[in-house]
Design a protein around this ligand. Structure first.
Ligand code: AMP
Length: 217
């Protein structure tokens, strides 16, 4: 065992992983590593990686494992991840989970599953707003901006993610059940899974996450 901590957030699209990851990252003092954010950053800079990922992202499909793994391992090799990191949106397939596992060398690891029923997902995603400048996540219902279209945090422009359109979200949900849901069993078999009800207020979800982290990492 090392003192390094690896916290994995699992759950369907729109379950609140991004929102909770920001709070947990602060609370635990671990960098927030979101593969979705890394891809969006690459896309906005039109890097080769961003352009290769674009079509998959826009259609709600997963970006091929080899692209994800290279980007992720590069990110977690940075000095700020020396004490550990918080993963949001990774792993999303069994080969990704196995690749992460092969890289870990006795880190204290936990996988937190945010459980939200499919029937709530499309509606939740439809209300989600993302800041173009700082990446802050707000929501029309759960955290409405004080001024329409303006980020409460930095005053930047809020927009809807293209892949939060209902048709794309439905596709992302299918992909989640086919390719990502098997990770629940993967981490359960290792005794690392903790389940949290995601259909509560963000504060209540956060409190449950902290409770589940006690003694785990
Ligand atoms: P997210 O912000 O986590 O919902 O990710 C947005 C999109 O980026 C996903 O729908 C995928 O197309 C892509 N993506 C993010 N993380 C991964 C991953 N671990 N594996 C494959 N594709 C990913």
């Amino acid at each position: 065992m090392t003192d390094r901590r690896v916290v994995i957030l699992l759950g369907p699209p729109g379950a609140g992983k991004g929102t909770q990851a920001v709070r947990l990252s602060e609370g635990l003092g671990l960098p927030h590593v979101s593969t979705g954010d890394l891809f969006r950053e690459n896309l906005s800079k039109s890097t080769e990686l961003g352009l290769r990922a674009k079509g998959f992202m826009e259609s709600g499909k997963l970006v091929p494992d080899e692209l994800v793994l290279e980007m992720l391992f590069d990110r977690v090799s940075k000095p700020d991840c020396a004490e550990g990191y918080l993963l949001d949106g990774f792993p999303r397939t069994i080969p990704q989970a196995e690749a992460l596992d092969a890289r870990l060398v006795g880190e204290k690891t936990v996988a937190l599953l945010l459980e939200v029923d499919d029937s709530l997902i499309v509606g939740r995603a439809a209300g989600r707003l993302l800041c173009k400048s700082c990446g802050n996540i707000q929501h029309l219902e759960f955290s409405p901006p004080a001024k329409e279209g303006v980020c409460d945090q930095c005053g930047g422009e809020l927009h809807r993610r293209k892949d939060d359109e209902p048709d794309v979200v439905r596709e992302r949900l299918v992909v989640y059940h086919e390719q990502t849901a098997p990770l629940v069993g993967f981490y359960e078999n290792k005794g690392l899974l903790r389940r949290v009800k995601g259909d509560q207020s963000p504060d209540a979800v956060y409190a449950d996450l902290l409770k589940n982290l006690e003694g785990a990492v």
